[in-house]
Design a protein around this ligand. Structure first.
Ligand code: ADP
Length: 638
């Protein structure tokens, strides 16, 4: 079949351009990425062969071979992994089909072309990084099991690539790099050795290279034979130590090695924040190496967010990754390896995911992640805050969804409050230990931003009583709290809802005030019937004239806004207006009302009162034109 030319999708072209022009700071990594891909490909065929041994065609001497050809100026990486058929070549090398491509490009555009490599790395463009060092890449590949049809793919890194059917003698993939003018160093033995040692030492398959030696023949006394030509020998040498890093004794593993391994499995170019390397013995035995990243992947909260990146091995054989059977969704930012000898090798993935041993491992891993975070919080708070700024929100997903670990997750949260300053925050434990003596509940105020909520009139009585109030200013806060009743036996209480019981109440006085205001309150309620369901005397206000609150079980105004933003149907519930009986404005209105119940201005004042309450809490007023009219009329009377 003749070669055909295909164009890259526009997005892929843009990414390619970014990769080749922005990653220059460290082009060495192209080799790490290609070796990683080759190693993944071998993992895959090895896994397939557990249930279909024929697929190997007798070739199971796993190997990744590097050949540097200075004459032809090419560097070739060959593997005997799973290989690709034509469709897969087009899919894998001709598109970057990851979710969030648009967003990524938009972000890159905003940063200018010098978009930081971390971002590009996160995007998983490993293969394309080879365009940094080449003028052209040729791929020859044959899929395991497809005996006759190999594929040749060729591309210069511009807008198109060619594809052709070929015969290839063995399964697997050859990546032939035609090195560019600036990258000839990569054909040198020392350079290749150095990079493999530095970045790919832990790869469990041998990464080999033909090493050419020339030796002058010696005589029996060990002296060079006069006039004899040097003899050339070629020997295939393995360049990496192949030790699975997670099975090594951790005292012997350097930070650099841990870091490089992280980059290998996560495709994240930034350093991990921390890692935990441990073994469990007993009825279920396994070893785990898990990493907490330092930077949030840009698509963490998108629909097709990355799944967790735990690779499961059984006795060093890679089995599966990214499975919810290993970690729950809210820990999807974790990367790592788990290796167990207690799982059966030759069962289907589906059965494996249901396996009792995997359930035990999952439980243990979750506890380990949470206890690591707790330790970080207690011992390295600055580092913890760094973590929290990137991944705090996602822990709240866990509070909502993981009933059994709610308390451990709540313990990890940080909040800004009425008493913190300069963007500082505190834990719930700190909040409780700072609680006023007579305070019984954990108070919070939901809203859009700290700026919005810190001025809310609802806070007045809390400030006066010196009670601290947590700011719930992330959209997820209010959703999370729907599944939470209390923390360390202290109930959570929204200060925008229901009754607030602050200390002792003078019942007889309350009764008296209520009586006095009854007809006036009924009048306001009547005037504002389309907006509110009740008017009552407030316990929360000391300075403002009025505020709006919800019934204990109503959805809060803020949550209604969030749900609307997500196009979710929400029941609109009318709110309650609370008034401050001691406020001058209320006294004046009440006076006016008592002198003449039919005073026409009173209805306007009631509307103004309502609009004011909305403005104060940062909500939109229903009719700004009418509001202006009413206000102007009022001013004209002065
Ligand atoms: P990533 O490795 O992050 O998925 P890459 O751009 O490096 O992204 O590779 C894209 C895909 O191409 C891989 O996911 C894999 O399916 C395929 N691929 C790359 N190299 C090989 C190889 N040596 N053998 C088989 N498949 C490969």
């Amino acid at each position: 079949m003749p070669a055909k030319n295909l164009k890259f999708k526009a997005q892929t072209q843009k990414i390619l351009h970014l990769v080749t022009h922005s990653l220059y700071s460290n082009s060495d990594i192209f080799l790490r990425e290609l070796i990683s891909n080759a190693s993944d490909a071998i993992d895959k065929v090895r896994f397939e062969s557990l249930t279909q041994p024929d697929i190997l065609e007798g070739n199971s001497e796993w190997k990744i071979k590097i050949v540097a050809d200075k004459e032809n100026n090419t560097l070739t990486l060959s593997d005997n992994g799973i290989g690709m058929n034509e469709e897969e070549v087009i899919e894998n090398l001709g598109t970057i089909a990851k979710s969030g491509t648009e967003t990524f490009l938009e972000m890159a555009k905003q940063n200018g072309d010098k978009s930081n490599p971390e971002l590009i790395g996160q995007f998983g463009v490993g293969f394309y990084s080879a365009f940094m060092v080449t003028d052209k890449i040729t791929v020859r590949t044959r899929k395991a099991g497809d005996k006759d049809a190999g594929v040749l793919w060729e591309c210069t890194g511009e807008e198109d690539f060619s594809i052709e059917t070929i015969t290839k003698e063995s399964r697997g993939t050859d990546i032939i790099l035609h090195m560019n003018e600036d990258s000839k160093d990569y054909l040198e033995e020392w350079k290749i050795r150095e990079i493999v040692k530095k970045y790919s030492d832990y790869i469990e398959f041998p990464v080999t290279m033909d090493i050419e030696r020339s030796e002058t023949p010696m005589d029996k006394d060990g002296k060079p034979v006069e006039g004899a030509e040097p003899v050339k020998t070629i020997e295939e040498e393995t360049l990496n130590s192949k030790k699975a890093i997670w099975l090594r004794d951790k005292t012997g593993v350097t930070d650099q090695e841990y870091e490089e391994f992280y980059k290998h499995i996560s495709h994240d170019f930034s350093k991990p924040l921390t890692h935990v390397h441990y073994s469990v013995e007993g009825t279920t035995e396994f070893t785990a190496l898990i990493y907490i990243p330092s930077v949030q992947p840009f698509n963490l909260f998108m629909k097709e967010a990355p799944k967790n990146n735990i690779h499961l091995y059984v006795k060093r054989v890679f089995i599966l990754k990214e499975s919810e059977a290993i970690l729950p969704e809210y820990l999807r930012f974790i990367s790592g390896v788990v290796d167990s000898s207690d799982l059966p090798l030759n069962v289907s993935r589906e059965h494996l995911q249901e396996h009792r041993v995997l359930k035990t491992i999952r439980k243990n891993l979750i506890s380990k992640v949470l206890s690591t975070l707790k330790d970080l919080k207690e011992k390295e708070y600055t580092k913890y805050k760094e973590f929290y700024s990137q991944f705090g929100t996602i822990l709240k997903e866990g509070v909502y969804s993981d009933y059994d670990r709610k308390a451990s997750l709540l313990e990890l949260l940080l909040f800004q409050t009425t008493k913190t300053t300069d963007g500082e925050s505190k834990t719930l434990d700190q909040y409780i230990s700072d609680m006023a003596e007579d305070q019984k509940e954990i108070y919070y105020i939901p809203g859009e931003s700290v700026k919005d909520v810190e001025r809310a009139s609802h806070l007045e009585i809390f400030k006066e009583k010196n009670y601290e109030v947590l700011y719930f200013v992330e959209p997820i806060d209010e959703i999370m709290i729907q599944n939470v009743i209390d923390y360390k036996e202290k109930k959570f209480k929204s200060i925008l809802k229901g009754d607030i019981e602050l200390g002792e109440k003078d019942e007889s006085k309350t009764k008296e005030v209520n009586e006095k205001f009854k007809t006036f309150n009924d009048f306001i309620k009547g005037s504002l019937e389309e907006h509110i369901k009740e008017v009552r005397i407030s316990d929360r206000l000391t300075k403002s004239a009025c505020c709006l609150i919800g019934d204990e079980h109503d959805m809060s105004a803020h949550l209604q806004k969030i749900m609307k933003a997500y196009n979710k149907d929400t029941p609109e519930s009318k709110r309650i207006m609370e008034i401050n009986p001691d406020h001058q404005l209320i006294e004046k209105m009440k006076g006016l009302f008592e002198t003449n119940k039919d005073e026409p201005r009173l209805k306007d004042y009631a509307e103004l009162l309502y609009d004011q309450a909305l403005i104060a809490e940062g909500s939109k007023i229903p009719d700004p034109v009418q509001f202006n009219e009413r206000l102007s009329n009022l001013m004209l009377q002065v």
